[in-house]
Design a protein around this ligand. Structure first.
Ligand code: SF4
Ligand code: SF4
Length: 206
C-alpha cells in the first residue's frame, strides 16, 4: 500500500538490500514455478542452485536461463546504478556446470516490461482500463474468505457482496493496488491475473 508502483517498489528492494548487506544470496531452482505464480503456477524442474554475493547478477543469470530480457526486471537498473550489483553478461563470472545445460526457453513467464501502476486519483480510470488485475474463477472458489482477509487496502478492494458468503467475493478495482496478495494466498488457485481488453490492445506490441 505504501509503495504501489513497481518501479518504486523495486528501488525499495534495492535500498533494503544495500541497508541489510546480506553476504550470500541463494536461489533454489531445483523445482521452479512457471505460469500463474507466485502460488498457483505449475512446477518445472530446472535442477539448478544459484549462489552469489551479487543479487543483481544472480537475478540476471536466472532471467537468462528462462529467456527473460533482464531489461524487463525493474530491480536491475537501480541495482546497478546504486552499486548493489551488475547484470550485463560480460561483467558476470559463472562457475559450475555449463550455463547452457540449464536454459529453458519454453519457460512460461510474462516477457513484457512491468507497467507502472498509476495511483493518482485523476488517472485511476485509465489505470483500470490498462493495468493487469486479479479476477476470481467462480467455479474454483470455495468461499473460504482467505483472499478477503489478505487484502491490505482500506477499505478492502476485495470483499463479500452485501456481506453474504454465499457467493465468491468481488473486486472493487478502483481501490485495488495490484499487490496480488489475494492471488498469492488463494489456496484453490481460483484467482488469476488478466489485462483488460483496452490494455491488451495497446500493449500487445510491447
Ligand atoms: S481465497 Fe480463493 S477460494 Fe477462498 S474465497 Fe478467495 S477466491 Fe475463493
Ligand atoms: S490485488 Fe488483491 S489483495 Fe491486492 S489490493 Fe487488489 S484485491 Fe486487494
Amino acid at each position: 500500500m505504501k509503495v504501489p508502483d513497481p518501479a518504486d517498489f523495486s528501488k525499495m528492494l534495492v535500498a533494503l538490500n544495500l541497508l541489510l548487506k546480506p553476504r550470500l544470496y541463494i536461489m533454489d531452482g531445483i523445482m521452479a514455478m512457471e505460469g500463474n505464480g507466485p502460488r498457483a503456477g505449475d512446477p518445472v524442474a530446472m535442477n539448478v542452485l544459484l549462489f552469489s554475493s551479487d543479487p543483481v547478477a544472480l537475478d540476471a543469470v536466472a532471467c537468462r536461463m528462462i529467456d527473460l530480457n533482464v531489461d524487463y526486471v525493474p530491480t536491475m537498473k537501480p541495482g546497478k546504478e546504486w552499486g548493489l550489483g551488475v547484470y550485463s553478461e560480460e561483467e558476470i563470472e559463472l562457475v559450475g556446470d555449463p550455463f547452457e545445460s540449464f536454459v529453458n526457453k519454453n519457460f512460461k513467464v510474462v516477457r513484457k516490461p512491468v507497467k507502472s501502476v498509476l495511483s493518482n486519483g485523476a488517472v485511476s480510470f485509465i489505470k483500470n482500463l490498462f493495468t493487469s488485475r486479479p479476477y476470481i474463477i467462480k467455479e474454483k472458489c470455495t468461499k473460504c474468505g482467505i483472499c478477503v482477509k489478505s487484502c491490505p487496502a482500506d477499505p478492502k478492494a476485495l470483499n463479500w457482496k452485501n456481506g453474504s458468503k454465499e457467493l465468491p467475493p468481488v473486486h472493487t478495482y478502483t481501490r485495488c493496488i495490484r499487490c496480488f496478495c489475494c492471488q498469492e494466498l488463494c489456496p484453490e488457485g481460483a484467482i488469476h491475473v488478466r489485462t483488460p481488453l483496452p490494455g491488451r490492445l495497446i500493449f500487445r506490441g510491447v
